[in-house]
Ligand binder design. Sequence first.
Ligand code: NAD
Ligand code: LMR
Length: 328
Amino acid sequence: MTTPVNVTVTGAAGQIGYALLFRIASGAMLGPDTPVRLRLLEIPQAVKAAEGTAMELDDCAFPLLDGVDIHDDPARGFEGTNVALLVGARPRGPGMERADLLEANGGIFGPQGRAINDHAADDVRVLVVGNPANTNALIAASHAPDVGKDRFTAMTRLDHNRALSQAAARAGVPVSQVKRLTIWGNHSASQYPDLFHAEVGGRPGAALAVDRAWLTEDFVPTVAKRGAAIIDARGASSAASAANAAIDHVRDWVLGTPEGDWTSAGLWSTGAYGVPEGLVSSFPVTSSGGAWDVVDGLEVDDFSRARIDASVAELVEEREAVRALGLI
Ligand code: NAD
Ligand code: LMR
């Protein structure tokens, strides 16, 4: 029997947690041959609700689920963790931007980064979902000096999936025929979904982007503001699609991206595409052998450059804000 992979999910009693845990336990994230042991990390007030979720996990009798533990202490919650999904954080409400959550949520990620540093397995992989995800990932990584910065990632896969769906609808093709899209920058309204290197229904994405009015007034803002549109419609922020994106992100990180395609993920910048080192920014990425690589050599024209720079400038501001709050 393969050794179970320890997966810690924070915010396990929340709405994303509820959409995520059952899929992890079913094998959707790490594959049909990999048993998992789930660690649910919650705040004390939500432990009882997490216990209810754990009871339901038991009741599914998932063959791959080796066990479920519930913790309210990060040191115990990240003990031996191989995959950490940092979901636990407050969601925004109507009229808020994600950056408005920095003060409320930023304080969660320093102690969790430290606990990951001290207690997680050597091969730990961290995905930050809680908003503002990029800067929270920066905070967590900054508190984990012994863990490689490449082990901390932020989720922009939901934006990527949203962009796939919008481009497919515009071209009238199935989503499976949209490839090599990129989300650049921050998981915020300033993000830049880039079609210029994509292939859509066998044609260059640039053919769709020729319609600049559609690109700038429809495609880019629809993708970038989709989170707010969901909050408006549902009265709560995205949950099932966010959980699905987290599954996609970790699956591709561990098992690899398909040949001839790439995806998007928020990574600790080492300076690629002019993004200052030490920001967690979204890039076009492939994964093989369990590690992300930024796709290199893409030409970035003035149109795209201006949008990437604007989103990166916002990340710089967020970094300044968390510095001022003493969070890094
Ligand atoms: P939710 O309010 O339903 O659940 C959050 C859970 O986190 C709660 O159960 C709460 O008790 C728990 N929590 C709070 N502080 C914690 C801590 N210190 N340790 C462990 N658990 C803690 O929220 P949700 O809808 O599940 O969303 C969670 C976060 O994910 C929000 O910040 C939301 O904005 C973000 N989000 C990000 C993306 C993305 O694409 N990156 C997409 C959707 C949602
Ligand atoms: C999303 O993109 O759906 C999430 O980040 C939630 C939000 O606040 O928009």
